[in-house]
Design a protein around this ligand. Sequence first.
Ligand SMILES: *Cc1c(COP(=O)(O)O)cnc(C)c1O
Length: 365
Amino acid sequence: MKLEFLLKPSVRTQPIYEPGKPIEYVARDLGLDPSKITKLASNENPWGPSPQAVAAAKRAIDRGEVYPDGGCYTLRHALAEKWSLTADQFIVGNGSNEIIELLGHAFLAPGDEVVMATPAFAVYKLVTLLFGANPIEVPLTQWRHDLNQISKAITRRTKLVFVCSPNNPTGTANTEAELLDFARNLPDHVVAVFDEAYAEYLENAPDLRPLLVENRKVICLRTFSKVYGLAALRVGYGYSSPEMCAALNRVRQPFNVNAIAQFAAIAALNDDEFRKMTIRENAHGLKQLEENLLSLGLRFVPSVANFMLVQVGDSAKAFESLQSQGVIVRPMKSYGLDEWIRVTVGSSDQNLRFLNSLKVSNFRP
Ligand SMILES: *Cc1c(COP(=O)(O)O)cnc(C)c1O
């Protein structure tokens, strides 16, 4: 019998997530030196990891023979202090992506519905499908989550609703008032998931903690992959009610977050200087991209995150042309945005390389 037929139905039809190609692969394919390649495809931090996190990670590997703290005790207590919440209100994951999967394990069965925006972060839909549940996709309005339409899409079968703000791939955000109002009007049988992967980049990030005080069924997700520059180490967290965190703890692996990641995350959390520098440089980079794209006559979606959607005509062709010049961006065809690419805000040199490569290609939408 073919292995295919032994698979669960949800796995048989499961789509595959296409990550940005690693620099080494692109360099090999193009016969280029990897150091000559500018990767602006995965919203990684152009300033590297927090130096304090690197030092902590190096110390941690010296104890590589010991299992990590399965409960992430120190990290959760550091987070509790930072957020003025209690340590049992945090769940730590192998990237915040793992927490999205844990939500699937805990809540989703075949026939359930999960409401999400489109285009939004691809992982919501992938996890939904993996558990045999049905994604209900609500189009953005003027590039933002349309929280009214999302509310209307909720039925008796809805288990989870995902809201990504700032949204990936659009870089647009909803206001605190909008998010609070939305959460307060959800029916009691729905869990709201607020993905705040890019919230640190906002000048005034919405504070959704009042929803926890009001005992609402919400969880907010954060990551160390972006502003803290630790994408390689895979660590993210959720803050929610103690009850929610206990439920998610039940469905995770005992040692889901490795020790190097835990120590690096604790150090990064306290490295205010690095975080502030990243945010400041990102703001400069956004401005640099905006000004130059305007003068190139290219349309873009104004962003409050560390990436930007740019309209380039044929996105697959644009992607290839940029890649042949050693600049990797993300084509947005798979998100239904055929004419757009998503570019990560890099250092000013990297941004210039991207802009110059665009000029050479001379795209017109
Ligand atoms: C990058 C990103 C994450 C973070 O994922 P990790 O697993 O923590 O690396 C989560 N949500 C969105 C929308 C993202 O873009």
